[in-house]
Design a protein around this ligand. Sequence first.
Ligand SMILES: C[S@@+](CC[C@H](N)C(=O)[O-])C[C@H]1O[C@@H](n2cnc3c(N)ncnc32)[C@H](O)[C@@H]1O
Length: 246
Amino acid sequence: MDLETRLRRRLQRMYDQAAACDAGLLSPVNLPRGRALLLDLGYPEAAIARLPAWLLAKAFPCGNPLPAIAALRPRPASILDLGCGCGLDACLLASEWRENGKITALDLSGRLLSSGRQAARELGLARLAFVQGDAGRLPFRRSAFDLVTMNGSFNVIVDKEGFLRQLATRLTPGGRLLINDLLLVEPLPPGFVDEPDNWAWNIAGALTAEGYRQLCRRTGFSLVSLRRGELMAPVQAAELLLRRAD
Ligand SMILES: C[S@@+](CC[C@H](N)C(=O)[O-])C[C@H]1O[C@@H](n2cnc3c(N)ncnc32)[C@H](O)[C@@H]1O
C-alpha cells in the first residue's frame, strides 16, 4: 500500500477517534487543547464563548485564520474550509457572516463532521454546509470558491502539486488559499518522511519557505504573504496566503 493510502487511513482513524473524545486525547504529547489552545492562538474570547463548549475540545487548529480573512479585499463571498475538522472556523465564519456569503466545510472524518453539523444546528447557521470528502478529489464545480482556508490540513497532503492544480480549478480567477500550518526550518532526519505517523502530525509534509515559492511557480499561484509564528524546530507555525493567477 502506498504512503498516501496508508496516511489517509491513519488520518481518518486518528480524527474519528479524536471526535469521540472530549478531553482532547488525540496527541501523544501534552498539547494544550480546547479553550486554552484557542485563546493561545488568538481566537477572540467573545466569539468562542458563543460556541458550544463541547465543540472547543474537538478542534485542532494550527493557527487562527480569522484576522487574515477579515482583512481580505475584496471580501470573499464563497469560502471552503478544507480539512474543517469539527467545523470551528466554519462555524465562526458563518456566525459572523449570517447575511452574506456561503461557507462550505469539507473533511475526511465523518464523526468530526457530525459534530460540526450538530454545532451548526445549535447555532442556527443556515449558510453553512458540511461535506464528507477527500482533498485529493474535491467534489465541487469549477470556480466554486473565492477563498479556501486550510487550518492544519495542508501538510498532510502528499501530492501538493497535484492538489494545487486541482484546487486552482475550483477557485475563481484571483481566488485565494489561506494556509495555517507548520513551516520546515531545519532538515528532517533521514527516513522521517517514510512514516505515516510523522505525516499525520503535520511535520513530515512540511515545506520550507523556498519549497512554497517553487510550488507556487509550478502551479500558477503566487505567494502573497508568509507570516511566521512560534518556533518549534525543526518546524515553525506559519500562515501563508497564496493567490491563483487571474
Ligand atoms: C489538524 S486537523 C484541523 C481541523 C480543523 N481545521 C481545526 O482547526 O480544528 C486536520 C484535519 O484535516 C482533515 N484531513 C486530513 N487529510 C484530509 C484530506 N485528504 N481530505 C480532507 N480532510 C482531511 C482531518 O480529518 C482533520 O480533521
